[in-house]
Design a protein around this ligand. Structure first.
Ligand code: AVJ
Length: 344
């Protein structure tokens, strides 16, 4: 078993074997390229919280509780993204598949539980599954399930924070005979700012060279009310997901945030074409953050997430700037969600 992402044991393991920790018993292996709790990362997280405009990087949402809450968000009626994309893929798989190679290596970036990839592995008769995620428990689950369902598919996991750097060419290069297909669904790219998204897409292109393909799903700009409802469901699941990040921070930084003193806010910033989630202090109070402390005034907020929304043309341009060839594009009937398939 891999250690918790914030566990010190994992830190020692990654120091002793900085590159990989293969696990053979389950029929798959996981390469540990995470650097949990790394000093520089923790400094950044802390500085973000001590800054005048406090912020927490949205990658910190995904501890085990956060992953479970995110899965629950995906089943909320207001959160149309997952449903729309799943329905679209189910109905159009045959058509998209026509443009994808048979027997490829399927790279599932931010795989979570890996469920979205299963029908693709079957349809494309993929020979290799590479699951990439920052959440170790989800990654193990994804690989265990994949191996059980497809015993002849080689299953490899890479535990890493790909928002920092995505270096997969050595792993992909282990099978130069299999065309790499990078699958990045769910509009996960939306969490990144324009310049970060450009850098990430550029690294996709580098990892996929010379003949790989990128299959990516992105959420499209739409009515603000629909967007704001999707990020503030009536059941309060998104609110719980947002507040949970404070518990993650409490553990990572030895802080004493009280989630009850913050309320969930979701706002569509049309000019920047993004949803913005914040945690707003409902009362003035002090929070200890490790050996430091800060005051939150009533109404002062912590930025916890950007979720960018794209236009078909805008996203096509971004792909082209990152060095991809002209993509094939599909959207659902309502034009809510876009699927892009881009080669090099
Ligand atoms: C996983 C980044 C695609 O931005 O819609 C869901 C995360 N945040 N509800 C998104 C999220 C609030 C989600 N992504």
């Amino acid at each position: 078993m891999l250690q918790e992402p914030d566990g010190t044991a994992a830190q020692h393991a990654s120091r002793a074997m900085p590159w990989s920790v293969p696990l053979a018993e389950e029929g798959y292996r996981i390469l540990n390229r995470a650097q949990p709790g790394e000093a520089e990362e923790m400094r950044q997280l802390k500085n973000g919280l001590l800054a005048g405009n406090a912020r927490i990087d949205s990658k910190y949402f995904y501890d085990a509780t956060g992953c479970a809450l995110f899965n629950a968000i995906c089943t909320q009626p207001e959160y149309y993204l997952t449903r729309t994309e799943a329905k679209f893929f189910a109905e159009h798989r045959a058509e998209i598949q026509w443009h994808l190679p048979i027997g490829a290596q399927w790279i599932d970036l931010g795989c979570g539980d890996g469920l979205k990839s299963q029908p693709w592995i079957a349809a494309l008769r993929a020979r290799r599954y590479l699951g990439i995620d920052i959440a170790s428990e989800a990654l193990e689950k994804a690989l265990g399930r994949m191996k059980a369902l497809f015993p002849t598919v080689e299953c490899t996991g890479v535990l890493c924070d790909f928002s920092r750097s995505l270096v997969l060419d050595d792993v992909i290069g282990e099978r130069p005979d299999l065309t790499p297909v990078l699958f990045y669904p769910g509009s996960s790219l939306g969490n990144f700012t324009a310049s970060q998204a450009f850098a990430l897409l550029t690294s996709f292109r580098e990892n996929l060279a010379p003949h790989g393909l990128l299959l990516i799903g992105v959420d499209l700009v739409k009515d603000a009310r629909l967007l704001e409802a999707a990020y503030d469901d009536a059941q309060g699941v998104t609110a719980a997901f947002n507040r949970n990040v404070l518990r993650v921070v409490n553990r990572l930084l030895d802080a004493d945030f009280d989630p009850k003193k913050f309320e969930h806010c979701a706002h569509f910033n049309r000019r920047a074409a993004r949803m913005e989630m914040r945690l707003r202090a409902t009362v003035e109070h002090r929070v200890r953050i490790g050996r430091d402390a800060r005051k939150f005034r009533e109404g002062e907020s912590i930025l916890t997430e950007y979720s960018h929304k794209y236009t078909i043309d805008g996203f096509g341009e971004l792909l082209s700037k990152a060095g991809f060839a002209r993509p094939r594009v599909w959207t659902d009937e309502a034009g809510w969600f876009g699927v892009f398939l881009a080669g090099l």
